[in-house]
Ligand binder design. Structure first.
Ligand SMILES: [Zn+2]
Ligand SMILES: [Zn+2]
Length: 228
């Protein structure tokens, strides 16, 4: 379509998109800051390949540039970010105070999916800091999602599950505790099924190094190093 045929507001938008596509991360951060009106468009353009740039600037790079959870612009960008970017941001911060700001900024309904995506230490950390009301709500939502998935594919070979009391209590009796250490699962711990589809294991090396009792097979997540 001919640029001149576009309405003036659309022309302005195209110019912004072009400018964004041709800019460095630093310049994008300034554009983002100055043109609040176009923030949403900028974030969606970040995900797509950009004009002339060999590699598009990913939203996580923009967030890295904006750096601080004290920066209102960072929080604006975070609200618009994809869940994978949000998880990446949680990993990029060492301190709970920053991770807490990230979690308080993003949409509430993402929390159960975030718990599924992060690894066990961060998952447990998040759960331990939730208020009892939020904890009950998010773990219930996560349990429901996992139960629906589990009913479709009980063994979910190769997959990980997040232990929640509601979810674990629905598993068959032998799967409710780890075959490696015989302990019941704490909420937030990650577990995986073995090939037999009846037994489960913690992810830690000491548990993964044990055999599954029924068919004498090892767990799926057998560590490459450590005791065998
Ligand atoms: Zn174990
Ligand atoms: Zn087994």
């Amino acid at each position: 379509m001919d640029f001149k045929l576009l309405a003036s507001d659309q022309q302005e938008m195209v110019q912004h998109a072009f400018e964004w596509g041709c800019s460095s991360v630093e310049r994008r951060a300034r554009l983002f800051e100055k043109n609040e009106h176009y923030c949403q468009m900028y974030m969606s353009l970040s995900e797509q390949s950009s004009f002339g740039n060999p590699r598009p600037v990913h939203p996580s790079e923009l967030l890295k540039h904006l750096k601080s959870t004290n920066n209102p612009l960072y929080l604006t960008a975070l609200k618009m970010a994809d869940i994978r970017v949000i998880v990446g941001q949680l990993y990029s911060f060492m301190h709970w105070k920053d991770r807490r700001v990230v979690l308080e900024t993003v949409e509430r309904h993402l929390i159960p999916s975030i718990l599924e995506m992060v690894d066990e230490p961060i998952c447990k950390q998040i759960i331990s800091h939730l208020s009892s009301k939020a904890r009950a709500k998010h773990l219930k939502a996560l349990s429901d999602v996992q139960l629906a998935e589990w009913e479709k594919a009980p063994e979910k070979i190769g997959g990980l599950w997040v232990a929640t009391d509601d979810f674990v209590s629905e598993l068959g009796d032998p799967a409710q505790k780890c075959e490696g250490c015989s302990k019941r699962y704490e909420e937030g711990e990650k577990l995986s099924f073995t090939y037999c589809t009846k037994h489960t294991f913690h992810l830690r090396t000491s548990c993964q190094s044990k055999e599954c009792s029924c068919v004498n097979r090892r767990p799926l997540f057998r560590p490459l190093f450590g005791p065998r």
